[in-house]
Design a protein around this ligand. Structure first.
Ligand code: SAM
Length: 270
């Protein structure tokens, strides 16, 4: 594998640019992705190509989504030595991944810009039916929240919203020194695998999101109080959930059952 060569462009803070330079970490990410012939690989935020070129060398083809116009020409030029790189020069939040998949399943990878990590996760989940898996680098604190179980201090809206749609498996931690410039926080790599649509059947995504948002909006309150604008205690009980419990104690499947019941009764009122 040839060495990663940084471009001359200095990192841009407003685009969350922290470029990986630790070969050991880059190799671990490539091994975690473990591309197989025929896989449709898409990298979000290739930057200066730290993960891009090793993946390209191994797989022969790769699509990347990059917003920074100054990186497009150097990426195009440097990729020629490695394989077939397709660059989508666009804000990832505006990319229609269902169109990119065009009938296939995508495998996503990315050292995500941390200032946009939640919006990117939610945007990608809108296209979960065309995503086979994702290997993402995020702030460790975000990965901890994504993977948290009920009862944990960091179990919250992000945990429920992510786990309702995917399995969440933290893979390994990454220290600030692996990046240039080093971020102020620790990072972690996580694997997300969207559930088969039959595993957790959310009747209406908007109702589910609404219930979860309200439940955790006032996480110290009982569900009866936190959800008072959405439903009454009887509805919570009918879904098999204790109205005097707090959101942080409620399992993902219980939120789904409650949201489905409210949807069947005509949706969550607000
Ligand atoms: N993958 C490279 C690495 O590991 O060194 C760069 C990772 S850097 C943390 C995040 C990358 O996402 C940068 O290349 C940045 O320009 C890009 N980026 C930031 N906002 C973006 C957006 N809205 N859409 C697409 N790419 C974006």
């Amino acid at each position: 594998m040839s060495r990663y060569q940084p471009f001359s462009e200095p990192p841009k803070k407003h685009l969350g640019q922290h470029f990986l330079h630790d070969r050991g970490i880059i190799d671990k990410i490539v091994r975690a992705v473990d591309p197989k012939p025929g896989d449709l690989l898409v990298e979000i935020g290739p930057g200066q190509g730290a993960i891009t070129f090793p993946l390209l060398q191994r797989h022969g083809e790769l699509t990347v989504v990059e917003f920074d116009r100054d990186l497009i020409a150097p990426l195009t030029e440097a990729a020629q030595a490695h394989g077939a790189l397709t660059i989508i020069h666009r804000d990832v939040l505006k990319v229609d991944f269902t169109e990119v998949a065009s009938g296939s399943m995508l495998r996503l990878v990315g050292n995500l810009p941390y200032n946009l990590s939640s919006p990117i996760l939610f945007h990608v989940l809108e296209h979960a039916s065309v995503v086979r898996d994702m290997v993402f680098m995020l702030q460790k604190e975000v990965v901890d929240r994504m993977a948290a179980a009920p009862g944990s201090k960091v179990y919250g809206r992000l945990s429920v919203m992510l786990q309702a749609y995917c399995s969440v498996t933290p893979l390994f931690d990454v220290p600030p020194g692996a990046f240039h410039p080093p971020p102020k926080v620790d990072s972690a790599v996580v694997r997300l695998v969207p559930h088969a649509s039959s595993t957790i059947d959310i009747a209406d995504h908007a109702t589910f999101a609404h219930v979860v948002r309200d439940a955790f909006g006032q996480r110290r309150k009982t569900l009866r109080n936190a959800l008072s604008k959405v439903c009454d205690s009887a509805a919570i009980e009918a879904a098999g959930v204790r109205p005097d419990a707090r959101a942080e104690q409620i399992r993902v499947e219980d939120f789904v059952r409650l949201a489905n019941l409210l949807h069947a009764r005509g949706g969550a009122q607000s």
